[in-house]
Ligand binder design. Structure first.
Ligand SMILES: *Cc1c(COP(=O)(O)O)cnc(C)c1O
Length: 385
């Protein structure tokens, strides 16, 4: 489209969102300022109730980040020294870093190449008498095959006579569903992040543990505040991971728009699918697929670029001022900090090839149809020039 007037396409533009709801956000912050309550407090309580209701779950407990939510979930489940926790390698670092933080050992399993989520078959091969938990990641906004993981857990519990916890890393997947049931209702605990790039993002860091388990909820509440109950009496060594009122106030406003924004992401994903099909790029670009029994909330729109062209394409897009990103360039099993675990790159072949092929394209709700058209046209140009 040489007549296009578009000069650039950002990967994410939160300023557009602020233009829509900035007045409401500012008013909510003003209320917090006037209340003089900046940590936890009524706004956090309200957010916890709102998120529990939105998730159709019994409890939601706020904390300082998605990373802390994962750590608190493992602490609440009393995962510790001598335990193994199966995690994907193709994910954000925090999915695995919480495991050594509780003195347990991360065990990396490979992904399904279509959904980028943990492959239940590969997880099954990693289970043994030391396995205490599995952390599944609903990566890019699509839920994992939760029935398969529940079946694995039940089988494991029958075999070894002790509980196998399932922790859902739902940091990219608020509102996603498997067979009509939201994430947060499949595992023992589910972790949300309110980092600004997530589908529900605050004005800073924030996180939450969602659960239907009364004991987990009560333990996360205790542990996020230094294990203290009552005040200055410490039952356990917890952490300082409180959610602040500013974040909760902003999130309470934004939650009212989440469904609308999710639908916009879904429409953008559908438009990309049509644009790529029409561009005839099937040999070069593999578009992400939604599995039939799931609700995808498209935190990221991640294509695979074939034939070793990913980095060259990304550089070409950057030259044309089109944003893109790589989630993730290196599997966690290849990270320096996990070298002590002794993995070889080829131990997880699907993770290895995904890391070499993936490219995330802009999908944020306010992205325009013209911007998407321009972007796909520019990709076609790259492959035909
Ligand atoms: C963002 C994210 C986290 C961590 O959340 P923070 O709030 O940034 O600590 C954990 N896991 C996944 C998959 C994420 O995308």
């Amino acid at each position: 489209m040489s007549g296009s007037t578009i000069a650039s396409v950002p990967m994410l533009d939160l300023k557009r969102q602020f233009r829509e709801i900035g007045d409401e956000m500012n008013a909510a912050l003003q209320t917090v300022n006037e209340s003089g309550m900046f940590i936890l407090g009524p706004e956090v309580k309200k957010l916890e109730e709102n998120i529990a209701r939105y998730s159709h779950a019994r409890h939601a407990v706020g904390c300082a980040s998605g990373s802390d939510a994962l750590l608190l979930a493992l602490m609440a489940a009393k995962v510790g020294a001598g335990d193994e926790v199966v995690v994907p390698s193709f994910t954000f670092f925090a999915t695995a870093s919480c495991v050594p933080r509780v003195n347990a050992t991360p065990v990396f399993a490979d992904i399904d190449p279509v959904t980028f989520c943990l492959d239940p078959q590969k997880v099954a091969e990693k289970l043994n008498e030391k396995t205490r938990a599995i952390i599944v990641v609903h990566l890019f906004g699509q839920a994992c095959d939760m029935e398969a993981f529940q079946a694995l857990a039940r089988e494991h519990e029958a075999k070894y006579g002790r509980k196998l916890y399932i922790v859902e890393d739902s940091c990219q997947a608020i509102g996603a569903e498997f067979k009509g049931v939201q994430v947060g209702n499949w595992g023992d605990a589910s972790c949300l992040s309110f980092y600004p790039t997530k589908n529900l993002g605050g004005a800073g860091d924030g996180g939450m543990v969602v659960t239907n388990d009364d004991e987990i909820a009560q333990r996360v509440t205790l542990l996020r505040g230094h294990g203290m109950a009552p005040r200055y009496y410490h039952k356990e060594i917890g952490v300082n991971s409180r959610l602040d009122s500013y974040q909760a106030a902003v999130l309470n406003v934004k939650l009212n728009y989440l469904e609308k924004w999710t639908r916009a992401r879904q429409e953008n994903a559908a438009r990309y699918e049509t644009l790529f099909a029409n561009a005839g790029l099937q040999e070069q670009i593999v578009t992400p697929q939604k599995v039939g029994d799931r609700r995808h909330v498209w935190n990221q729109y991640v294509v695979r670029v074939r034939n070793g062209k990913r980095d060259a394409l990304r550089a070409y897009l950057a030259e044309k001022k089109i944003g893109s990103d790589i989630y993730y360039p290196l599997g966690l099993h290849q990270q320096e900090c996990f070298a002590y675990l002794g993995y070889k790159p080829e131990d997880l072949p699907e993770t290895l090839s995904a890391a070499q092929e993936v490219l995330a394209l802009p999908i944020f709700p306010e992205l325009t149809a013209d911007e998407q058209t321009y972007l796909v046209e520019t990709i076609r140009e790259f492959f035909t020039k």
